[in-house]
Ligand binder design. Structure first.
Ligand SMILES: [Mg+2]
Length: 284
């Protein structure tokens, strides 16, 4: 009986099969300045490429970001069409990546975990690749799900949408609508459920056995609703939908020490050690 209890308690290899990570402001700190620079670049894109009035872009971007998870998804929803690759190179290509420094502490933490690790980012694959390289986290993740994974194009880099429909810039109508009143975006991204569902399929993820790390409360809330265990990163204040809250991803071991217990138990030859060993070899 006692053994059974203990077994259940120290059997995180069975409880958790996968760790799912956002990238921006989750694997590195908001203080890097990348997020701020990104917002500035998006606003410049809206003025220079889409012809939106300069004095309106901050408010429009704020509302779109809040309602759609990414500004890009919001811009598409209200009728703008543009080349996705051009958007990404304008918005992400000019970020101050040199602000990101190698993070050997995080690398060691991740590599010491005998559990599959998957990236799930709304960012484009070039951006995600650059960030992981700068942080020294290459090779730490089994799969990367990025913008392109969920939004494949015909090769031209833009969507095939017809849309020359009238562009609605009434941020008022976007400000406090019910979700159903929002114009739909053709872009698949967090925090929408279909993005999570596709990611689960692509990476063969069982949400009930997966822990999801993200700095966005909305992403965490959808993640929770759809069955994931959730860790809000960037704050120590747990909000609705978050099972845990970490000021920094570096606190993962203090908050979830049971993840490492699987690694320690491995050498003791308990019955789940085989599975852990397989997972480790897949990652290597
Ligand atoms: Mg993020």
């Amino acid at each position: 009986m006692e053994y059974e209890k203990q077994y259940q308690h120290v059997n995180p290899a069975a409880k958790y099969e996968c760790l799912l990570f956002d990238v921006d402001d989750t694997l590195y700190s908001l203080s890097s300045g990348l997020s701020k620079a990104c917002t500035k670049n998006i606003e410049e894109f809206m003025v220079q490429k889409l012809g939106i009035e300069e004095n309106k872009v901050t408010e429009i971007n704020r509302v779109l970001y809040r309602n759609y998870g990414t500004s890009m998804a919001g811009l598409r929803a209200i009728g703008y069409n543009f080349d996705y690759d051009e958007y990404h190179s304008f918005v992400h290509g000019r970020l101050p990546y040199d602000n990101l420094k190698p993070d050997p502490v995080l690398r060691t933490l991740l590599l010491s975990l005998p559990i599959r690790k998957v990236i799930f980012s709304n960012g484009d694959k070039v951006h995600v690749g650059k960030v992981l390289k700068k942080l020294g986290l290459e090779g730490c993740f089994e799969t990367v799900i990025s913008f392109e994974t969920l939004n494949p194009t015909d090769g031209s880099g833009s969507s095939t949408s017809e849309s020359d429909d009238e562009i609605s810039l009434s941020t008022k109508s976007l400000d406090a609508p019910s979700q159903s009143a929002l114009p739909e975006t053709p872009i698949i991204c967090k925090p929408f459920e279909n993005a999570f569902e596709q990611a689960f399929k692509i990476a063969n993820i069982n949400p009930q056995k997966t822990i999801f790390f993200d700095d966005s409360i909305r992403n965490i809330q959808t993640g929770k609703e759809i069955g994931l265990h959730t860790v809000l990163v960037g704050t120590s204040h747990r909000t609705n939908g978050a099972d845990y809250a970490l000021e920094s991803i570096h606190n993962i071991k203090e908050a979830l020490p049971e993840l490492w217990e699987a690694a320690n138990k491995k050498s003791e030859g308990v019955m789940y050690s085989k599975k852990v060993a397989i997972q480790t070899s897949v990652m290597a």
